[in-house]
Design a protein around this ligand. Structure first.
Ligand code: ZN
Length: 99
């Protein structure tokens, strides 16, 4: 993927997240990219929005079984399983761009 295309995708994602909170899957479908590429774009977006006095707000992933929240994660990737109860059913993080 070239830089120009990446730049356009990020602008589209920022516009979407300013309007409504979305999960990585929803973002991937909205801008037609692979879900596995979303964390990479979000990391770049986090820096871009900071320069515009905006903030990428993250509602962390949590375990569907025990409710454990993945607050310490500094990556945007969805965890494979819960460190507490080892349950693989993880509720997706939700991303939003706020002032
Ligand atoms: Zn759990």
């Amino acid at each position: 993927m070239n830089n120009e295309r990446s730049h356009t995708i990020r602008q589209e994602i920022i516009a979407l997240l300013e309007n409504a909170p979305m999960t990585a899957r929803e973002i991937s479908q909205a801008v037609r990219i692979m879900e596995k590429d979303v964390p990479h774009h979000l990391a770049a977006i986090q820096k871009t929005v900071k320069r515009r006095k905006l903030r990428l707000e993250v509602t962390p992933c949590c375990c569907r079984n025990c409710g454990f929240e993945f607050r310490q994660r500094n990556t945007f990737k969805k965890p494979g399983k819960c460190p507490g109860c080892k349950n693989p059913r993880i509720v997706s993080a939700i991303f939003r761009v706020v002032p």
